[in-house]
Design a binder for this molecule. Sequence first.
Ligand SMILES: [Zn+2]
Length: 173
Amino acid sequence: MSYAFGHLVGAWCAGKIYEYFSKKKISHYAWIFLLLGSLLPDGDFLLDWTLGYDTHRTFTHSFLFVLFSALVVYIIFSICKHPEKRQFALLLGSGILTHLFLDSFFGFGVPLLWPSMMHFSFSEGISYSVLEGSTFSRGNVIELGDQLRFAIVDMAIGTAWIFYLWFRKRIQF
Ligand SMILES: [Zn+2]
């Protein structure tokens, strides 16, 4: 699944579960890193669109990327001497992990051990798939139908989430 709302809500639920069981609060700014992490792996779509590379679900969907991104954030906020540098790095890494977890339910799954192309999927098990390719260049009608259905489900989840936040007076329009 590569839709923003599904991943955002997934990360938000993970954050809430963490807060509930650890009895600790995730700080206002740290939340952003968790949510950002949940979107970051699909940044590779931008490369697909702009450069025409078939990069989707490779490096950015691996443990290597989790470590790399967390390290980059840690280094940046260490330079700024920010007291929350560890939390920011950990939450960004956690956000990416929630993305990889959710993606594992769809299709071939994700190449967690990239550069090995061994894909892990909850529905299809372990497979050495060839690159899935860019969904947008294939133009397969059935594929498009599926994409549309997922997009609609995604929007429904997103809308429900926003209404919940509004109901709890967490956001104001
Ligand atoms: Zn993804």
